[in-house]
Design a binder for this molecule. Structure first.
Ligand code: AP5
Ligand code: ZN
Length: 216
C-alpha cells in the first residue's frame, strides 16, 4: 500500500506517518527530512535548498522530483511507502503519478490532515527534538515527562528547526495556500482523498486514520 499525507505545516504529517510506519510496516519518506540531511552534509542539493528552506519557500520541482524518484526506486520501498511532505505542487503530483505508473504502481490513499491555520503556528513554535536520539516533543501537547530531559535517552540537549521561527512559518503557510492546497482537487476527483480532522488529540487522529486504512 502506498500512502500520501497532505496537510499544512504542523498538521501532524510527520507524527502520524511515524505511527503508520510502525503499524503497517511501510517506509516513511519525508522530503523535508531528506533535504535537512542534505543541508547538514553541505551537499550540492543541500546548498541549493538551504536558503529557500530558511525563507519558508518550496525548493524547485525538478530538484525534489529527482530526489524522490531515486528514493522510491530503492528496494525497501517495494513493500509500500508513506509520502510525508510530497507532493506539494501540481507539477509534483503529476510527476509522481507518471513515475509510479511507469512501474505499475499507484497511490492507494491520500490522507488530508485538516487543521485550522491559527492552531498551526502555536504547534510549530512549540516543537523541539532531542539532539541525541531524535525523539520529538511539543511544549503544549507532548512535553517530556521530566522537564528538560528526553524520555527515551535521558539527554538534556534539544534542538529546534531553523524554519520554525514565527516569521518563517507565516511564509510556509503562504506557500501551502498558494501552491499545495490546489492539489487537493487533483486527488479528490480520483476518489483517493480522505479528509481527517487533525485538530483532535493525536491518538484520536491515529484511530481515524486506521479506520480509513482498514477499509482499503
Ligand atoms: P517539511 O519538513 O515537510 O515541513 P512541513 O510540511 O512544513 O511540515 P512540518 O514538519 O512542519 O509539520 P508536520 O505536518 O510534519 O507536523 P508534525 O507531525 O511535526 O518541509 C520543510 C521545508 O522543506 C519546506 O518549507 C520546503 O522548503 C522544503 N520541502 C520539503 N518537501 C518539499 C517538496 N515536496 N517540495 C518543495 N519543497 C519541499 O507536528 C507539528 C507539532 O504538532 C509537533 O510538535 C507535534 O508533536 C504536534 N502535534 C502533532 N499532531 C498533534 C495533535 N493532533 N494535537 C496536538 N499537537 C500535535
Ligand atoms: Zn533522546
Amino acid at each position: 500500500m502506498n500512502v500520501i499525507f497532505l496537510g499544512p505545516p504542523g498538521a501532524g504529517k510527520g507524527t502520524q506517518s511515524k505511527r503508520l510506519e510502525e503499524q503497517y510496516g511501510l517506509v516513511q519518506i519525508s522530503t523535508g527530512d531528506m533535504l535537512r540531511a542534505e543541508v547538514a552534509r553541505a551537499s550540492e542539493i543541500g546548498k541549493q535548498a538551504k536558503s529557500l528552506m530558511d525563507a519558508g519557500k518550496l525548493v524547485p520541482d525538478e530538484l525534489i522530483i529527482a530526489m524522490l524518484h531515486s528514493r522510491i526506486s530503492q528496494p525497501d520501498c517495494a513493500k509500500g511507502f508513506i509520502l510525508d511532505g510530497f507532493p506539494r505542487t501540481l507539477g509534483q503530483a503529476d510527476a509522481l503519478d507518471k513515475m509510479l505508473s511507469a512501474e505499475n504502481k499507484k497511490i492507494d490513499v491520500v490522507l488530508f490532515l485538516d487543521v485550522d491555520e491559527d492552531i498551526l503556528a502555536d504547534r510549530i513554535s512549540g516543537r523541539f527534538t532531542c539532539s541525541k536520539c531524535g525523539a520529538t516533543y511539543n511544549e503544549v501537547s507532548k512535553p517530556p515527562q521530566k522537564a528538560g530531559e528526553c524520555d527515551v535517552c535521558g539527554s538534556h540537549e534539544f534542538t529546534r528547526r531553523a524554519d520554525d521561527k514565527r516569521e518563517t512559518v507565516v511564509e510556509r503557510l503562504k506557500e501551502y495556500r498558494n501552491l499545495t492546497a490546489p492539489i487537493l482537487p487533483f486527488y479528490e476527483k480520483t476518489g483517493r482523498l480522505y479528509k481527517i480532522n487533525g485538530m483532535l488529540p493525536t491518538a484520536q487522529v491515529t484511530a481515524d486514520i486506521e479506520a480509513v486504512m482498514a477499509g482499503k
